[in-house]
Design a protein around this ligand. Sequence first.
Ligand code: P6P
Length: 286
Amino acid sequence: MTASDTVEAVFKAVAASAPDVRDGLAGRRVYESTDNPTGDRQLAADVYADELLEERLLEIKRVGGYASEERESVIEAEAEGEYHVACDPLDGSSNLRSNNTMGTLVGVYEEPLPAAGRDLVASGFVLYGPITTMVTAREGTVTESVIGDDGTRRTVETDLTLPGAPTVYGFGGRVPQWSGEFAGYVETVAEELKLRYGGAMIGDVNQVLTYGGIFGYPGLEDRPEGKLRLLFEGHPIAHIVETAGGGSSDGERSLLESVPESLHERTPLFVGNEEYVDRLEAALSG
Ligand code: P6P
């Protein structure tokens, strides 16, 4: 099985799981009695999606390990494998109770986890919106597909690139918790773009991929590292947006330059048109 075959097998398994994840949402809107390793309360849907994806991804030849935002540590495959999958099984699951978008994120690394952003060979997300779509980045190309009820993909975009005339922005965290430098930057952005913030990163980033602009979750006064996880959210989403011709940053440099010291390390996260990422880094550098 080549590297490309392994990546295709991962994308195929994630797409095939999407109808099952989606069908399982309605009856799993209740909270478990447990939190995930970064302290988010777990919904029954989080646990269900995680267990389903772990089983299907670890079945793939050459996948040696599975790590998830919902699990403390890496789950090793029975057989050796040189590819390692990091998964956010249901990103934005708090939107389930309000019936808004959420998604599944996956990153395929060629080194054991936690690995560097440059060790990503492929990344992708499933977006559970009015229709179920999948966006994948591999070998320099971003592809968008519609996922059918049978879990197969129908390609609708073969070389997705960020629009050159950006129109939307969205930033997380409470405004009083933003730094003065960041608040000043947002003030200029708000004069140029329209606010689009839905509370689930995949839906918000897909707005940016579709209309151009910038999404971010900054470091906060009481949480300078921010909220989002580097391995499960930062690396794959940065890989997708950079492959689509955009930029990413943790406030200083590309998220793909970051090497997490721990599996669940958090990071400030910004992705979008390079113009807005560059202006952000300039604003935060004081
Ligand atoms: P807030 C969802 O919980 C998530 O991890 C991202 O998908 C999303 O961008 C962010 O947190 C939303 O955070 O503080 O706005 O609820």
